[in-house]
Ligand binder design. Structure first.
Ligand SMILES: Nc1ncnc2c1ncn2[C@@H]1O[C@H](COP(=O)(O)OP(=O)(O)OP(=O)(O)O)[C@@H](O)[C@H]1O
Length: 268
């Protein structure tokens, strides 16, 4: 068993004047695992990801990432969001290198950039070249976001995160704005990425099939308060022909039924 990379201990969290979302909630995610997080709308998927990313603070309890309690966004955590957040006035290459610039600005202070961060333009260029070509967008490196397809834009957003050599990848609905064929293509890209790098990842999604394709472990949240986590083992995630098998449909149906039981709020 590998060491934990995320360790949540008795987390309590609620938004002001709202019902609690997490109450004494504990969860361990180990290095090298690929997780999906799913659940009814409004159950707290994004909130959990923001708590892990250090963008939201718990009311009580401890969230350790990489062994240390998280008090602010951590430079080794890579974050990929749905709206990709590319700078419209910068090319793909410039967008990809943005993180290096920010690191360069702050220096290796351990808060904004890792303590071992080095400014080495040749290494930065090599990493940029590697990930742009690995993601199949090297040929558009001089183009601006408005000149790209949505799939290419999301690949550029992923490249921008990967060049910084994260040890943890958190993704919030990364492919939900994409059409089904492009979404499935990017899911295959992420499966290959996980096979080749073994990087720990956690993907928030509302798409059951995506959760099954990406997550070896699937965390199912409830839209009432979350206390004990419901975790579904899904060892076949990442198999290249997973979608072809009966097992895939069965896993999706089982998950759909489980989410239904986790959705107890009254429907309008
Ligand atoms: N800043 C905020 N202030 C108050 N309430 C919030 C805030 N952000 C989210 N909420 C509420 O907290 C609950 C959880 O929100 P969250 O976005 O984490 O859910 P989600 O599972 O990601 O939802 P969805 O699947 O619809 O994206 C929701 O009821 C939401 O309305």
């Amino acid at each position: 068993m590998t060491a934990p990379i995320i360790d949540i201990e008795t987390l309590n969290f609620r938004y002001r004047d709202r019902a609690p979302i997490f109450e004494d909630f504990s969860l361990t995610i180990r290095q090298g695992e690929a997780w999906s997080v799913i659940g009814p709308s409004g159950c707290g998927k994004t909130t959990l990801l923001y708590l892990m990313a250090g963008l939201t603070r718990p009311d009580s309890g401890v969230i350790r990432v990489g062994g240390a309690p998280i008090e602010r966004p951590r430079p080794r955590t890579g974050l990929v969001l749905q709206d990709h957040g590319l700078l419209p006035w910068a090319t793909v290459e410039e967008n990809t290198k943005l993180g290096f610039k920010i690191r360069g600005f702050y220096g290796p202070d351990g808060k904004h950039s890792p303590e071992d961060a080095e400014k080495d333009p040749e290494a930065e260029e090599a990493l940029t070249r590697h990930w742009l070509s690995w993601l199949g967008i090297d040929h558009v490196r001089e183009k601006y976001p408005a000149e790209l397809s949505r799939g290419q834009r999301q690949r550029a957003a992923i490249a921008r995160t990967l060049v910084l050599s994260p040890d943890l990848l958190l993704m919030d609905e990364p492919f939900s704005a994409l059409d089904a064929p492009i979404r499935e293509e990017l899911q295959r890209v992420m499966n290959r990425f996980h096979r080749e790098t073994g990087l720990t990842s956690l993907t928030v999604t509302h798409d059951i099939e995506e959760a099954v394709v990406l997550g070896e472990k699937i965390l199912v949240l409830s839209d009432t308060v979350n206390q004990t986590p419901t975790i579904v083992d899904n060892p076949h995630a990442g198999d290249p022909d997973l979608r072809m098998g009966r097992q895939f449909l069965e896993q999706c149906s089982a998950l759909r039924a489980l989410i239904e039981t986790r959705s107890r709020k009254e429907k309008p």
